[in-house]
Write a protein that binds this ligand. Structure first.
Ligand code: BTN
Length: 245
C-alpha cells in the first residue's frame, strides 16, 4: 500500500475541514499542531491546544456508503490498538468510538461522509502532551491525557505515523470484508461498560434508551436491554448510570 499523502500545518481551523479543501481523490492525512475550530461529534467543539495529536484521514469511498456503517468502530479500534502497542496501555472503546483510559476520554473520533467529494473524512484527536487539567473545567466529559497517564511526553511524530498506518489498515481490512471475523471480535473485547447500567442520549440530551449495555450487534449498532426488551441504536451517545441501590 502507498502511504497516504501527508500535509502538516502549524495551525488550522480543523483538519477535517482541510481534508475537504485539499481532496483530490487519493488518501491523504492532514495534521495540525493546533486547531482553532476543532469539531467534535454531535455538533460539539473540540478543544485542540498544542501538544495534542490532531489529524484527519481522507479516504475514497469505494463502496456504497451503507457498507461503511461500522467504520467508526473500526477507527476506534485502530486508535485503541495503537495506544496499546506503543505505550502498553489498556484502552477501552466507548461506543461508538471514544477511547477511554481509566474511564476517562483520551481520544475522540469524528467520521464524516462527504458524498459530494466521494470521500470519508476520519478525524482523530488524541490528548497527548499536555495535562488534562489544562483543558479547563468547562468540558462536558472528564478528559485524560497520555501525559497524565504515562508521566512523560510522547513523540507525536511516532504516534501520528503509527496511527496513520493503523487507520489505513483498518479501512483496507474493512473493505476486504474482515469486519465480522477480524475487527468485530477485537472491538467486542475492548468495549467499555458491557453489563453495566447505561443510558443512550441524543445530541440534545434526550433519552433514547436506558438499561443494561449488552454490546454491539453484527453491524456495530449498540444494544441496550431495557425494561421493554433489547433496543438497537445506531446513533447517540452512551452515559454510564450509577448502579441502582
Ligand atoms: C469527539 O469525540 O467528539 C470527536 C473529536 C474529534 C476531534 C478530532 S481532532 C482532529 C479532527 N479535526 C477536527 O476538527 N476534529 C477531529
Amino acid at each position: 500500500m502507498t502511504p497516504p499523502l501527508r500535509i502538516v500545518h502549524e495551525r488550522l481551523d480543523s483538519t477535517n475541514l482541510e481534508v475537504r479543501r485539499v481532496w483530490n481523490g487519493e488518501p491523504v492525512v492532514v495534521v495540525a499542531a493546533e486547531q482553532s475550530a476543532g469539531m467534535g461529534r454531535l455538533g460539539r467543539s473540540w478543544v485542540s491546544p498544542r501538544g495534542g495529536l490532531w489529524m484527519s484521514l481522507g479516504w475514497p469511498l469505494r463502496q456504497e456508503l451503507t457498507a461503511y456503517q461500522a467504520i467508526p468502530l473500526a477507527v476506534g479500534l485502530a486508535v485503541a490498538h495503537t495506544l496499546e502497542t506503543l505505550y502498553r496501555l489498556k484502552p477501552r472503546i466507548k461506543w461508538p468510538n471514544d477511547v477511554l483510559l481509566e474511564e476517562r476520554k483520551v481520544a475522540g473520533v469524528l467520521c464524516q461522509a462527504e458524498l459530494d467529494l466521494g470521500a470519508l473524512v476520519v478525524g482523530v484527536g488524541v490528548n497527548a502532551n499536555f495535562p488534562s487539567a489544562s483543558l479547563g473545567e468547562a468540558l462536558r466529559t472528564r478528559p485524560v491525557s497520555l501525559l497524565d497517564v504515562l508521566g512523560a511526553e510522547i513523540d507525536l511524530d511516532v504516534l501520528e505515523a503509527r496511527l496513520t498506518g493503523a487507520l489505513a489498515g483498518a479501512f483496507e481490512a474493512y473493505e476486504r470484508g474482515a469486519w465480522i471475523e477480524e475487527l468485530l471480535p477485537q472491538i467486542r473485547a475492548r468495549l467499555a461498560w458491557v453489563g453495566e447500567a447505561v443510558a443512550c442520549v441524543d445530541a440534545g440530551g434526550g433519552m433514547l434508551a436506558e438499561g443494561t449495555m449488552r454490546g454491539v450487534d453484527d453491524h456495530g449498532a449498540l444494544q441496550i436491554e431495557t425494561e421493554s426488551g433489547v433496543r438497537t441504536l445506531s446513533g447517540g451517545e452512551i452515559q454510564r448510570r450509577a448502579p441502582a441501590r
